[in-house]
Design a protein around this ligand. Structure first.
Ligand SMILES: [Ca+2]
Ligand SMILES: [Ca+2]
Length: 264
């Protein structure tokens, strides 16, 4: 009898020990998840604060730059990147890029010779990136305020037939990613073009002071050699020279017509 009682007590003690171990594991798991949640939230708040500080840093630099005139070129303080700077749990770095060094998609719907020149440059860029240049007609229709469809374009009726409530924007692009929604384009086409395109107000010209080799070569008269010469000349400009250039050098454009100033 005593033997059976002590056996039952032993099994009960083992069950209690197993239950205690299970509870302890569950508690430890909950605690780990809680620490991970707290840690993630702390990292998220820290990242948001750093991003906001970065925006504020850029805003302040650009405000000071604007006070020195409208000419933008590499060699001005905004063009110097913030080097990797150690912070708690990592490092932070940043840089400002001139969106005017890219082709402005919103210029596709410009009228007259300026519009024709912009479309020609964009068509060359699209072809170089393997994107069908006929997308430009659809892009122009996406931006223009009318409902008249261009030869390879698309207006509200085309979009609404393919997706309920889908319409052409009939307004300038706010972000280049909108291109992926346009007839004939795709997210892949947008990704291929993205390093060289911008969505700026209509009529905003290309800045040859900040354009890269690809976009420079889309300007008539600039081949690979000339583009490299421009890039080398820009890189060789020290700050005092660059400041003097602000007063008007053939390498920097002080007006709204960069190409003629460059060759002038
Ligand atoms: Ca149209
Ligand atoms: Ca339209």
């Amino acid at each position: 009898m005593n033997g059976r009682c002590s056996g039952a007590a032993l099994i009960l003690a083992m069950l209690i020990a197993a239950l205690a171990a299970t509870v302890a594991v569950a508690l430890a798991g909950d605690q780990q998840r809680w620490f991970a949640d707290v840690s993630n939230r702390r990292d998220q708040v820290q990242a948001q604060s750093l991003a906001l500080a970065g925006v504020q840093w850029a805003r302040q630099i650009l405000q000071e730059d604007a006070a020195h005139g409208t000419l933008d070129f590499l060699g001005e303080p905004w063009s110097y990147p913030l080097p990797p700077t150690p912070i708690a749990n990592g490092s932070i770095e940043g840089s400002i890029e001139d969106a005017q060094g890219r082709l402005n998609l919103n210029n596709v719907s410009l009228d007259g010779t300026a519009g024709a020149a912009e479309r020609m440059r964009l068509a060359q860029l699209f072809a170089a990136k393997g994107v069908d240049a006929r997308v430009l007609d659809a892009l122009a229709d996406w931006i223009d305020t009318d409902s008249t469809t261009r030869s390879n374009g698309a207006e509200d009726d085309w979009y609404s037939q393919r997706s309920a409530n889908a319409l052409a924007a009939n307004a300038p692009l706010l972000r280049t990613a909108e291109l992926a929604l346009v007839r004939g384009a795709s997210p892949e086409a947008w990704a291929a073009l993205d390093p060289d395109i911008a969505a700026l107000p209509e009529g905003t010209p290309l800045n040859i002071n900040t354009a890269n080799a690809t976009t420079l070569q889309l300007i008539p008269g600039i081949d690979q050699n000339v583009a490299q010469a421009i890039i080398s000349a820009r890189a060789g400009m020290k700050l005092p020279e660059a400041v003097r250039a602000r007063e008007g050098s053939k390498y920097f454009f002080p007006s709204t017509d960069p190409i003629w100033c460059f060759f002038g």
